[in-house]
Write a protein that binds this ligand. Structure first.
Ligand code: ADP
Ligand code: MG
Length: 230
């Protein structure tokens, strides 16, 4: 049995610690995602979804509590070790694609491999092209991002998030800027990658229609998990 993709134990997060404006945003979150899960994270604006995703993604540290990614506990790891774990284990997809507009699709998808190894080799381009093929973007692999539609760019962003074969893919409103048809296409893509590659997905969405398509829905209200139907 593989390790759980994610285990959160009593995660708390406060901002402005030690000042009069100190405020606790996450109030003791416990959550386990089994390998291969496809989960939605829903909740009202301001409920702490992005704060939680940043903590799970090792972009921010909790004020208290513990987390483990693919069986690797993070407590006590220094910044360099967290950065390595993040690069190896986590793929991110944001609402804005954060691709480099002047670079081509294949160059953007190769970027994490390049940054990880520090040099380019032919295998990287082949791997990136294969992934672009999988997300239906083979025809556009040499197109600059600036010349793609929002839905096309988001598919490239998903390919980039998957190139390191992460244990866990975190998506913060990945279809928030897309029309219904493009959102469905991007969502289909994530579901196919989940089924075929077994990667675990945690997707923040405002769209109840998309949340319904997830195997599990976790609801955050006022910094607490109130429902996690499986
Ligand atoms: P969501 O993604 O669910 O809309 P967020 O996680 O972005 O919610 O924000 C949750 C709450 O935390 C909000 O009230 C927000 O204003 C507050 N918050 C987020 N980041 C910070 C920060 N760096 N400093 C202070 N407050 C913050
Ligand atoms: Mg948010």
């Amino acid at each position: 049995m593989a390790e759980d993709a994610l285990v959160l134990t009593d995660i708390r997060k406060s901002f402005n610690v030690g000042s009069p404006a100190e405020v606790e945003i996450l109030h003791g979150i416990g959550l386990t995602l089994e390998p291969g899960a496809f989960c939605a994270l829903i909740g009202p604006s301001g409920s702490g979804k992005s704060t939680l995703l940043n903590i799970i993604g090792l972009l921010d540290r909790p004020s208290a509590g513990r987390l483990a990614i693919g069986g690797q506990a993070t407590l006590g790891l220094d910044d360099a070790a967290l950065t390595r774990l993040r690069g190896r284990s986590i793929g991110f997809v944001f609402q804005a694609h954060h691709l480099i507009p002047a670079f081509t699709a294949v160059e953007n998808v190769m970027m994490p491999l390049l940054l990880n190894r520090g040099w380019a080799d032919a295998g990287m381009r082949i791997a990136a092209e294969a992934l672009l093929d999988r997300v239906g973007m083979a025809r556009w692999r040499d197109a600059r991002i600036a010349n793609l539609s929002g839905g096309q760019a988001q598919r490239v962003a998903i390919a980039r998030a998957l190139i390191m074969e992460p244990v866990l893919v975190l998506a913060d409103e990945p279809t928030g800027n897309l029309d219904t048809a493009a959102a469905d296409g991007v969502f289909d893509m994530m579901q196919a990658m989940n089924r075929e590659q077994g990667m675990t997905f945690l997707i923040v969405t405002h769209d109840p229609r998309l949340a319904k398509r997830c195997g599990r829905v976790i609801e955050l209200v006022d910094g607490q998990v109130i429902g996690s139907a499986s």
